[in-house]
Design a protein around this ligand. Structure first.
Ligand code: UT7
Length: 324
């Protein structure tokens, strides 16, 4: 059976930087509160003309370059996003057109902050069943366009960005590439994190609404269980993990996971201070930082986990790169 290898990673952040101090000029908040409660120092903000597809295309170009795969060889594009360019067509098809990926089928996955883990798992299924050999999996968001800038309990938390990976189905050493995935949802918790707009409900885009303390509690508990279960599926233990690459929503959630897994600082990628919560883009942005900074190397076992609106959550284990 073929292995689904992760052979390239790329990312893009919009140029506009919004610091905590800048937020405190028009909002009843301050740098100290935001840093202490979330670990966030600044976030990127796309300008009004910059679309989710624009960020996604830039991240995808980088990932393709790193993997050495030609655009014409990409046969599948899966884009995780909550902030699509249009209601339809899917942003993935817009990205396909902008990349000139004429031999691909393309579609979006909507699982909010868990979107990248969901997209990775869907790609793994399609590739394992022979429907794709070279896939682009992208997480891209212009999440700041969903924010109510008068609601200090949400607008300080999020940012914009995109990250992408190239996956290749190859006959390879067992235990490389995507090793295991575990996905979960529980729609009973819709009201603790949602957007109060939508085509069918209001005909408007709406704004993010969140009961932060409730989400926090679920995050710590559910991510720990998800990680336990995915490790059990793969017959591995926390001590096998080379890098925890978690969703970057709050440094306190990340630190709690690090503690539960008993991992030292040298095994956890933390980018929340500069990126804030970029929803579906957060894991591939963190992954790209890990690879670019030389921390993540081919052969390393990566543990990915994320939770978001739905609630939807999940975890994946990936041995990065090609066998060394
Ligand atoms: O990616 C999707 C998953 N999302 C998450 O994982 C988010 C999970 N939740 C969290 O990260 C945290 O719950 C928050 C960062 C959102 C909030 O932190 P908290 O420690 O749970 O604070 P809190 O909501 O309990 O609020 C504490 C106080 C409140 O004031 P009172 O009622 O104690 O007087 C808030 O009104 O902090 C106040 N507050 C603020 N103060 C200054 C809320 N937002 C702000 C703010 N600046 N931006």
């Amino acid at each position: 059976m073929k292995q689904i290898l992760m052979t390239g990673v790329g990312a893009y952040l919009p140029e506009g930087i919004l610091t905590n101090d800048e937020l405190s000029k028009f909002l009843d908040t301050d740098d100290n509160w935001i840093r202490q409660r979330t670990g966030i120092v600044s976030r990127r903000k796309a300008n009004p003309e910059e679309l989710t597809s624009d960020l996604a295309v830039k991240a995808a170009h980088q990932a393709l370059k790193k993997s050495g795969v030609a655009i014409s060889d990409i046969d599948c594009i899966i884009l995780a996003t909550t902030t699509p360019d249009y209601t339809f067509p899917s942003t993935a098809t817009i990205v396909q057109q902008k990349l000139g990926a004429e031999n691909a089928f393309a579609f979006d996955v909507q699982a909010v902050c868990a979107g990248f883990v969901y997209a990775l798992s869907v790609a793994n299924g399609l590739m394992s069943s022979g429907q794709s050999n070279n896939a682009l999996v992208i997480g891209a968001e212009t999440f700041t366009k969903l924010l109510d800038w008068e609601d200090r309990s949400t607008c300080v938390l999020f940012g914009d960005g995109a990250g992408a990976v190239v996956l290749q189905a190859e006959n390879s050493k067992l235990g490389y590439g995507i090793i295991a995935n575990k996905l979960y949802s529980d729609g009973r918790y819709k009201d603790i994190l949602y957007v109060d707009g939508g085509v069918s409900k209001t005909g408007t885009v709406g704004h993010v609404k969140m009961r932060g303390r409730d989400v926090f509690k679920h995050a710590v508990e559910k991510l720990a269980t998800a990680m336990d279960e995915v490790l059990t599926l793969a017959n591995l233990t926390p001590s096998d993990i080379d890098w925890l690459v978690p969703h970057q929503a709050n440094i306190r959630i990340i630190n709690a996971m690090q503690k539960k897994l008993n991992l030292p600082d040298e095994k956890v990628i933390k980018t929340v201070s500069e990126h804030a919560n970029t929803s579906a883009a957060s894991i591939p942005l963190a992954l790209n930082y890990g690879v670019e900074s030389g921390k993540i190397k081919p052969g390393h076992l990566l543990a990915l986990e994320a939770i978001g609106g739905g609630l939807s959550w999940g975890a994946s284990l990936v041995r990065y790169g090609r066998p060394v």
